[in-house]
Write a new protein. Structure first.
Length: 157
């Protein structure tokens, strides 16, 4: 039996993929147009307005959590992939598709990548220091010599 977290992650990913399709957007537009067209029938009553307000509020409320879950998982997977590419000269194929792992498995992978962080920070600081020294040395070029005299025209008297 799957845990609630795994089930929620699968549902959230599926709904996010479904919600991001053009046909879904068109369907939502159609619902709003149908609702607007029924306004004269219901004399633009409070109940008529309450229907669209309540519907959109509920959908928005639920979609915030589903989309946030999907983005969190995608960002965590992307970060782990990038860390592996930066850390290793040849990335492991094991990292392909890790966004489909459970949250616990993603956390374990990120923890493993974080073990190498102090080494990377030291190397980056050393490289930045070398770059600064090279830039300063390049900006202190000696002058090219005396200024050339300007050619002057002689006036005829």
């Amino acid at each position: 039996m799957r845990s609630f977290s795994e089930s929620f992650a699968q549902i959230a990913s599926a709904v996010s993929r479904w919600a991001g399709r053009p046909i879904t957007f068109l369907g939502c537009c159609l619902i709003v147009v149908m609702w607007a067209l029924t306004g004269p029938i219901f004399h633009y009553s409070d109940t008529w307005q309450l229907i669209i307000n309540t519907g959109t509020t509920i959908v928005t409320f639920l979609m915030v959590f589903l989309i946030q879950n999907t983005q969190n998982r995608d960002n965590a997977a992307l970060q782990a992939k990038l860390d592996e590419l930066i850390r290793a000269t040849q990335a492991k194929n094991d990292f392909i598709g890790i966004e489909h792992l459970s949250d616990k498995e993603l956390e374990d992978i990120l923890a493993e990548c974080e073990k190498h962080r102090p080494q990377v920070i030291k190397r980056a600081a050393a490289r930045a220091s070398e770059d600064r020294r090279a830039a300063q040395a390049g900006s202190r070029k000696p002058a090219s010599g005396r200024a050339k005299p300007r050619a002057t025209r002689r006036r005829s008297a």
